[in-house]
Design a protein around this ligand. Structure first.
Ligand code: ZN
Length: 132
């Protein structure tokens, strides 16, 4: 599976993550179909933690409504790892309840940011999705 993300969407989430660091940052990624991300929908990390994140259920509801009203699909959600690699932690895998969306992780731990997407189901990482 391959996935396209627009520069605008990537820049938007990168700026958000850099601004929130060292707290983990998060959001939804929306697009016209499940293979294309055109928009970052910024969300608040209610945990305000450097090691994990939680969405605000009210914001999640608003994001779903926004996507529906604009004819966009929820391709996935993303969060940042300010100081660890771009792969799902055990907790990330445990909390990945929806097999129909992708889980994106932006790592800020290295010299350059690293952004990957993962398909997670049944408590396992099924696929690392190629981004372009
Ligand atoms: Zn994580």
């Amino acid at each position: 599976m391959q996935l396209t993300i627009t520069d605008d969407a990537y820049q938007s989430l990168l700026e958000q993550a850099l601004k929130d660091a060292p707290i983990e940052s998060c959001g939804y990624l929306l697009g016209p179909d499940r293979q294309t991300v055109t928009q970052n929908y910024p969300m608040r990390n209610v945990d305000q933690s450097e090691e994990h994140f939680s969405f605000d259920p009210k914001e999640q509801f608003a994001a779903v409504k926004y996507a529906r009203q604009n004819g966009l699909a929820i391709v996935g959600n993303w969060h940042s790892h300010p100081a660890s690699p771009s792969r799902p932690s055990a907790e990330d895998i445990r909390l990945a309840f929806d097999p129909n969306i992708l889980y994106f992780i932006l790592s800020l731990a290295g010299k350059q940011p690293v952004f990957n997407a993962f398909a997670i189901a049944d408590g396992k990482v099924k696929e690392k999705v190629c981004l372009r």
